[in-house]
Ligand binder design. Structure first.
Ligand code: NAD
Length: 481
């Protein structure tokens, strides 16, 4: 492991104006490396480099198929370096090594998908009678600023970077200060596939310094942010002052409704992935389960079984797919989650299993199930962002929907039933950008994803995401006839 990592600006690896930051391995609590820390001057240099690329036409004037091929090649580069990249990702983020490999595959898939889409961004002609020829084109915004969270640093960067490049934007990425190392492979990928210098700039910096400087920069033309609601509001406010569009993906408190006719045994697998994948640090995690009262006790018992079946240890010791979970991203995030569990207990919830910090070095929290949670409790409304599942009870379908829709969030929702009418009715009533029926996380890169309510606006994934990165131009030509 390299001990010092630099930022990547205008095709060069450079130190940061704000010095360095320690990167900690949350699996052991030990220092892993140092990373250059960008200041506002570095941000400005990166934005100016991206702007030069944009104005030169080096990206936007390319035939889309050529740009698309480069984007696809970036994905292949990540797969070719999957082993080393996954290792660093695990060491800086805490997730099991097998999960880190899945993340790299997911990142590569974004480049494959959006690389493929590059040549499908077509305008249309609009009939205005024989005296006119009118058509629309889609043009890139120019400089796309992307502020990345620490839970999926590689995949989240890939998600916005691939779509932005495919549509011809030059990019400035602000990596998360907790997990900046793995983003270096995205810079290497951009270089390897021959993108012009300055088309991809990647820098680590503190949110309130580099992040704030980037989101308020007057030459940034579009912003993508994934993270917390308060930061989202700050960034959207900065964007509004410059009148530039934003995509905001701000987390959730997503609920699975489990009916009495659901396949409870199959649901164990949804619990395993829905709340314990990445130690629950997933914006679309299944953090609430709302269960029909008649199967409540049986389901709680099954879910407790899933939680207890997981071995929790350093991610680097978990090379093979299996019933394992890693550390959370930091002691602070773990302590915050443990504190929320404790407050829930004080407020009347019961810890069915887990709930405690583990007595080993590193940011570990036991896989946790809370029962007797009621909709009014803080734990039923606030995002924990950890391996903590709240179980609530319902008596009729309307009550289940009311509880599911009862938080300010609206990212995803789920309904588990063998009754198709019930499932489709719930799907239409759930206020969420994506609804899973009988499988949590059903869907893929192809399916649009994004929030209702405080979960944000704009869509990532799918063809919908492309429209975040382009603006429509209409050309109306007066003919002589
Ligand atoms: P955060 O929202 O503060 O940070 C996310 C990113 O925004 C980081 O890159 C950070 O440097 C940057 N940032 C912070 N302040 C900024 C500012 N003023 N201007 C511009 N950029 C800024 O999130 P966090 O502190 O890392 O985590 C806190 C909570 O956020 C978590 O507990 C969780 O609830 C939520 N979160 C959600 C997601 C998600 O996928 N939706 C991801 C990470 C965190």
């Amino acid at each position: 492991m390299k001990t010092y990592w630099q930022n990547y600006i205008d095709g060069a690896w450079v130190d940061g104006g704000a010095g360095r930051i320690d990167v900690i391995n949350p699996g052991t609590g030990e220092k892993l490396a140092e990373h250059a820390l960008a200041d506002a001057g570095d941000v400005d240099r990166a934005v100016q480099a991206a702007r030069r690329v944009h104005l030169s036409g080096a990206l936007s004037d390319l035939r889309p198929v050529e740009r698309g091929r480069m984007v696809q090649a970036m994905g292949r580069y990540l797969l070719e370096h999957q082993g080393e990249l996954a290792r660093v990702l695990t060491l800086e983020q805490g997730k099991p090594l097998w999960e880190a490999r899945i993340e790299v595959e997911g990142a590569a898939r974004y480049f494959e998908y959006y690389g493929n889409q590059a040549e499908t961004v077509e305008g249309r002609s609009i009939p205005l009678g024989k005296s006119y020829f009118d058509f629309t084109t889609y043009e890139p915004f120019g400089v796309s600023a992307q502020i990345i969270p620490w839970n999926y640093p590689v995949e989240m960067t890939a998600r916005s970077l691939s779509a932005a490049l495919a549509t011809g934007n030059a990019c400035v990425i602000k990596t998360p200060e907790l997990t900046p190392l793995s983003n270096a492979w995205l810079a290497h990928a951009a270089e390897a596939v021959g993108l012009p210098k300055g088309a991809v700039n990647i820098l680590c910096g503190l949110g309130h310094e580099a992040g704030a400087a980037l989101s308020a920069h007057p030459e940034v033309n579009q912003i993508v942010f994934t993270g917390s609601v308060p930061t989202g509001i700050t960034i959207a406010s900065a964007a509004a002052r410059n009148v530039v569009p934003c995509v905001l993906e701000l987390g959730g408190k997503s609920a699975a409704i489990v009916h009495d006719d659901a396949d409870l045994e199959a649901f164990e697998n949804d619990v395993r992935w829905g709340i314990y994948f990445n130690a629950g640090q997933v914006c679309s995690a299944m953090s609430r389960v709302i269960v029909h009262h008649s199967v409540y006790d049986e389901l709680v018992e099954r879910m407790v079984g899933v939680a207890r079946s997981l071995t929790v240890k350093p991610g680097i010791e978990q090379p093979e797919f299996g019933p394992t979970m890693g550390a959370m991203v930091s002691d602070a995030q773990r302590d915050r989650a443990a504190g929320m569990v404790q407050a829930a207990e004080t407020g009347g919830a019961t810890v069915a299993t887990g709930g405690r910090k583990m007595n080993i070095p590193g940011a570990y929290l036991e896989p946790t199930i809370l029962r007797n949670v009621t909709p009014d409790m803080t734990i039923a409304n606030d995002e924990v962002f950890g391996p903590v599942l709240s179980v609530l009870k319902f008596r009729d379908d309307d009550e289940a929907i009311r509880i599911a829709n009862g938080t300010p969030y609206g990212l995803v929702g789920g309904v588990f039933t063998r009754d198709l009418d019930r499932a489709t009715s719930a799907a239409s009533k759930l206020r969420a950008g994506q609804v899973f029926v009988n499988e949590w996380y059903a869907g893929g890169v192809e399916t649009p994803f994004g929030g209702y309510g405080k979960s944000g606006y704009g869509r990532e994934k799918g063809r919908e995401a492309l429209w975040n990165y382009v603006q429509t131009k209409n050309v109306a030509i007066k003919l002589k006839t």
